[in-house]
Design a protein around this ligand. Sequence first.
Ligand SMILES: Cc1cc2nc3c(=O)[nH]c(=O)nc-3n(C[C@H](O)[C@H](O)[C@H](O)COP(=O)(O)OP(=O)(O)OC[C@H]3O[C@@H](n4cnc5c(N)ncnc54)[C@H](O)[C@@H]3O)c2cc1C
Length: 346
Amino acid sequence: MSRVTEQVPLQSTLRLPAKARWYAEVADVAQLPQLLSHPQWKQIPRVVLGEGSNVVLRADLPALVLRPIMGGMRVVEWQGSRALVECQAGESWDQLVQWSINQGLAGLENLSLIPGSVGAAPFQNIGAYGVELADVFDSLQACSLVDGVCRQFSASECCFAYRDSFFKSVEPGRWLISSVRLWLDRDREPVLGYADLASRYRALPAAMQNAAGLRNIICELRRSKLPDPAQMANAGSFFKNPVVSAQQHVQLKRSFPELVSYPQSDGSFKLAAGWLIERAGWKGRREGNVGMHSAQALVLVNYADASGEEVLHFASQVQESVRNMFSVELEQEPVILPALEQGGTP
Ligand SMILES: Cc1cc2nc3c(=O)[nH]c(=O)nc-3n(C[C@H](O)[C@H](O)[C@H](O)COP(=O)(O)OP(=O)(O)OC[C@H]3O[C@@H](n4cnc5c(N)ncnc54)[C@H](O)[C@@H]3O)c2cc1C
């Protein structure tokens, strides 16, 4: 059975101080039923944590924290140029991207350099530069945090949406994702619709116009734009881009002609949260230990030794400003742990 330790300090890219009351690494899901039914943990809340790159640890977790560490990536089957790839949850996401490109498989290059574990990728349907996990997703295995029993989930059962899934919104805190299956392709067309990707890609020598070349471009862009959490503690985009109705979009455009927005297939509009935050005066603004980054208005930074409560208080001020100015609600992207509804004051 997994070894359970007590009062374990937790790592997160926002570098907030928090401990797990109990902590266990899970190397094999076959251990879960025995671990979860043990009399000592039977009544204790369970929380899964990966690499901590999308959480706000607002306090110590009075829970059994499970960290999936199972590793391995393989091609399960080929169908012509397409390969069904299976990867275990404990692998690092970016290592999977690099491995798939080494196999000559395309599909993940736009998702290069996203921090975190493979098991967390479906949780919020990670996405960047015009591609989401859902675009290449086949299925996953997840294990119940009640009894440790595992089952397969198809793409439709995962209810993927913009930075959202069944595991984040429908049954939060009920499943440990243990492995993920993706369809990758030797002949996949590159996805170049985002910003100036197309011109950068076409400027590459012909021999580099492939998934590896596109990965290099994405890595360069990300390194030049996003603060590295190792240098400056952050959790990437702190808010989701809000979606508004066509009617509200017309009203907003009337008041703010330079509003940055993207039409969606259902007639709604996605607004650039970074633009709203900048316009509301928060880009580069710092209060105490916390601020919004001076070059990336969407990235909240812990400059020194902020607590989780300081981060949440600062974020709520940004939300309030944007609400007052645009009548638009900013939804936080990282998950707050312990969840506010699980007791304790916010
Ligand atoms: C600098 C930076 C840039 C980023 N850029 C992007 C980006 O471009 N696109 C994007 O989508 N995200 C981005 N993120 C967010 C983050 O990288 C992803 O959300 C990532 O998938 C989180 O992985 P993790 O292992 O760190 O998860 P954690 O932060 O440990 O956990 C996040 C949530 O997922 C749950 N979870 C974790 N693992 C599992 C599992 N195996 N089973 C069930 N639930 C699980 C946790 O309970 C928690 O609720 C960025 C973050 C940073 C710091």
